[in-house]
Design a protein around this ligand. Sequence first.
Ligand SMILES: O=C(O)CCCC[C@@H]1SC[C@@H]2NC(=O)N[C@@H]21
Length: 247
Amino acid sequence: MSKNGLPSPFGLMRLGVVGSTNDEARRLASDGAAADLLVVMAESQSAGRGRRGRQWQSPAGNLHASVLIRLDRPLSQSAQIGFVAAVALAEALGDLVSDADFRCKWPNDLLCNGKKVAGMLLEAAGDGWLVLGFGVNVVQAPPPGEALYAAASLADFGWGGDAPGVLNAFCHRFGPWLARWRQDGFPPIREAWLGHARGVGEQAVVRLETETLTGIFAGLDEDGALILDQGEQGLRRVMAGDVFFPG
Ligand SMILES: O=C(O)CCCC[C@@H]1SC[C@@H]2NC(=O)N[C@@H]21
């Protein structure tokens, strides 16, 4: 264990109120001050952002953190790290919260008993760095109607721990999974993710920028794209979109 309380070799920078921890981490990278597995964690964010330009509500008490990751592979493989993190977070929260069912929802959401409790946002920081931002609703979820999906907090499931406790549990799981990805590539991550996934084999609605698709969520391809089986129209690979399961 490091002096900061996280498992070795994670580093920790704890900040008060920031705009976005992803921006703080990117700034470190552009200042030449990045280090592999350095975590930037903030008490709250005034301009937290989610995927596809959405706002991410970031009150004090929830976890808002970004991990700097040295990318020793082509940038095209960076999306795979979102799946590494989702598996690690599903396992970490499963370690913490008993009697709850954590599921990964494509591409980078985490559901607890069907409600969104966490999301991830990957951004390139230039010069070989990747920023993995993740937010976990520890004590508070956005009010109904303000989120795209039904949302909940860990407190709603009776968990009384805090944001540093979630970060610690995440790092314990993420370190070994990232090492596995670095050594063996995407296949074991893909398999683990599918084992934790919501909705494989089920009817899915996929909202893209300009169209909405329906079909059976048939799995993930070797890059992490969602495979949608559209029956007579064949299989369609989806790289970015929002998935809903009507069933
Ligand atoms: O579900 C999503 O759309 C992704 C949400 C990602 C939120 C985290 S909180 C820490 C980091 N800083 C940000 O501004 N966003 C990510």
